[in-house]
Design a protein around this ligand. Structure first.
Ligand SMILES: *Cc1c(COP(=O)(O)O)cnc(C)c1O
Length: 474
C-alpha cells in the first residue's frame, strides 16, 4: 500500500470525541475519562497497524465495525490487574523481566494455608512466647545440609540461614555487618554488574565498607589477596560472575585456597553466589555452575544467594554460613529493614521441603531444566500438526536451538531444545511478536533472523492450547 492510500485510511478513522459520543452506555457505566483513555488507545493501535502492518482497506472497515467492542474490551482491561499471567515462550527459564522462578504447587498451597489467617510466624507454640521468624527456614536448611553431609559436625561451626528481601539486600547486610568502616578485598575480575542497578562497587559503598581491588581483570592469585590484607581488612569477597565469562589467559584461586587464607588470617570469606543452586546441576547437563553446598563444604564463612533464581522459590536473599557471623547479621538493624513477610517464608519453606523430600519435580524451574529436547520436540510437533490444517497462511517450521537457564547462571548454561519458527508472509517478525504479546494471555516469544521462535521448554504444557488458539486467531 502506498502512502496516499494509507493517508486515505487514516482519514476514515473517527476522532476520539466521536468514539466517546458513540459509547454512551460505557460512559454511563465507567465514566468519561476511562472511555476516553480506551478510545485513544484503540485508535492509536489501529493507526499503528495501518502504518506498519498488513491492514488494508477492507480489514480497516472490519476493524471499524468492531470498534465498539474493542473499546469495551479496552475499558475492561484498564480496570483489571496490570500484573498478570504471560506465556513465556522465550526458553529463558529464569527470566528476570517475567518474574524469574514460577512457584511450586506446594509453595502456593502453603501461602494460601498460612497467609489467609494467623500463623506462628514469630510465636513459639510450645512455650507460648515470642519466637523468631528465621526458625522456619533455618531448621529446613540445616536438615538439607545434614542430608547432604555438608553440615560440619562440630557444633561451634554450625551453619545458620537467615532471609532478607533479595540477594542484593543479602550482600548489603553481610558487608555492612562485617565490614562497616573497614576494607573488603575483591578481585578486579569480579567487580560485576547484574542487570543495571546491582553493581558490586556501589553496594559496597552503600554498606559503608571500602572496596580494596586486587589482581587484574583476567588473573588474580591467592597472593594478591594475601598481600592486600592489613589491619583494616574485615572480609574477603568472592563474587560469582553470573552474566559473563572471562576466557583465555585467566587465573582465579580455588575456593578452598581462598578459604584457607581466610582461616589463617582469621578474616571471614564471603561469597556472593547469585543463583545459588542446591542441587548438582551436572545432573541437568549444566557444568561449571557453583552450588551453595559446595561453597559451605569449602568452608566459605557466609554465602549469599537469591531465592527466585536456581533455587526455584520466591524472591528472597538467603545468607547461609557460620552461626556466629549470621547471629551478628540478624542483630544489625538493617536486617529488620530488609526482612521478608510471611508469604515469602511460607513459599520458601515449602520449596526447601520439596528439596528435602527429593521432590524436585514439584519445582517448576527444575522441571523445565529436566525436559529433554525429545519431549519438547514432541509437544512442538503436536502443536504444529494441529495448526497446519487451519493456519494455512502461516509458515510453520521446527528448528534446533538452545534454551537458556538465565537468572545469573553462567551464560554458557544452555540446554538443547526444539523450536517452532513462525512466519506470516507479508508481516515483519517484530509485528508478529507484538501481535502475540497482545493475545490473552500475552505470549512472549523470541525474534531471531526475521523469524518468531517459540520454545515450549518454558511453556507449561497446559498452555500449549492457548498458543494454538492464539495463532489461529491472528
Ligand atoms: C542475581 C545476582 C544478584 C542480585 O540478586 P537479586 O536477588 O536479584 O537481588 C547479586 N549477585 C549476583 C552474583 C547475582 O547473580
Amino acid at each position: 500500500m502506498n502512502s496516499v492510500e494509507k493517508s486515505q485510511l487514516f482519514r476514515e478513522l473517527p476522532s476520539v470525541d466521536e468514539v466517546v459520543r458513540a459509547s454512551a452506555p460505557l460512559v454511563e457505566a465507567h465514566g468519561a475519562s476511562a472511555v476516553t483513555d480506551a478510545a485513544r488507545a484503540v485508535l492509536a493501535r489501529l493507526r499503528e497497524e495501518i502504518r506498519s502492518g498488513p491492514l488494508d482497506s477492507s480489514s480497516v472497515h472490519i476493524a471499524l465495525q468492531g470498534l465498539g467492542r474493542a473499546i469495551e474490551k479496552q475499558v475492561a482491561q484498564s480496570l483489571s490487574y496490570s500484573l498478570r499471567t504471560v506465556i513465556n515462550a522465550t526458553g529463558v527459564i529464569l527470566h528476570t523481566n517475567l518474574g524469574r522462578a514460577p512457584l511450586a504447587g506446594p509453595a502456593l498451597q502453603h501461602i494460601a494455608e498460612t497467609a489467609a489467617g494467623y500463623s506462628n510466624l514469630e510465636f513459639d507454640v510450645e512455650s507460648g512466647e515470642r519466637g523468631k521468624r528465621d526458625v522456619h527456614v533455618d531448621r529446613l536448611f540445616r536438615k538439607l545440609l545434614a542430608d547432604t553431609g555438608a553440615l560440619p559436625q562440630d557444633d561451634s561451626k554450625a551453619i545458620s540461614t537467615i532471609v532478607v528481601n533479595n540477594n542484593a539486600a543479602a550482600v548489603l547486610l553481610a558487608l555492612n555487618t562485617l565490614a562497616e568502616d573497614g576494607e573488603v578485598i575483591v578481585s578486579r575480575g569480579e567487580l560485576v554488574e547484574i542487570g543495571g542497578s546491582f553493581r558490586i562497587p556501589d553496594v559496597m559503598a552503600k554498606s559503608c565498607a571500602r572496596l580494596r581491588e586486587v589482581g587484574t581483570t583476567n588473573r588474580t592469585r591467592v597472593t594478591d589477596y594475601e598481600n592486600a590484607i592489613n589491619e583494616r581488612t574485615r572480609a574477603l569477597l568472592r563474587v560469582h560472575r553470573s552474566n559473563f565469562e572471562i576466557t583465555g589467559f585467566t587465573e582465579r584461586p580455588a575456593l578452598a585456597d581462598l578459604a584457607k587464607l581466610a582461616r589463617t588470617k582469621n578474616i571471614p570469606l564471603l561469597e556472593d553466589l547469585g543463583s545459588g543452586s542446591i542441587v548438582d546441576l551436572r545432573t541437568f547437563g549444566i557444568s561449571g555452575e557453583p552450588n551453595v553446598l559446595d561453597s559451605l563444604h569449602a568452608e566459605v564463612d557466609v554465602v549469599t544467594y537469591s531465592g527466585d533464581k536456581l533455587l526455584g522459590g520466591p524472591q528472597a536473599g538467603l545468607l547461609s554460613g557460620r552461626a556466629d557471623l549470621i547471629a551478628r547479621m540478624r542483630k544489625n538493624s538493617l536486617f529488620r529493614a530488609l526482612r521478608v513477610d510471611k508469604l515469602t517464608y511460607a513459599a520458601l519453606a515449602a520449596t526447601l521441603l520439596a528439596y528435602i523430600k527429593h521432590d524436585h519435580a514439584a519445582i517448576p524451574a527444575l522441571r523445565m531444566m529436566r525436559l529433554t529436547k525429545q519431549e519438547i520436540a514432541a509437544r512442538a510437533e503436536a502443536l504444529v500438526q494441529e495448526l497446519r490444517p487451519t493456519a494455512t497462511k502461516w509458515e510453520l517450521e521446527m528448528v534446533d536451538g538452545e534454551s537458556v537457564v538465565g537468572g545469573g547462571a553462567a551464560p554458557s548454561a544452555v540446554l538443547p531444545t526444539r523450536l517452532i519458527a513462525l512466519a506470516l508472509p507479508g508481516s515483519a517478525a517484530d509485528w508478529l511478536s507484538a501481535r502475540l504479546r497482545r493475545c490473552d494471555p500475552p505470549i512472549v516469544a523470541r525474534v531471531e533472523d526475521g523469524r518468531v521462535l517459540l520454545d515450549l521448554r518454558t511453556v507449561f504444557p497446559e498452555q500449549d492450547r492457548a498458543i494454538a488458539d492464539a495463532i489461529q486467531s491472528i
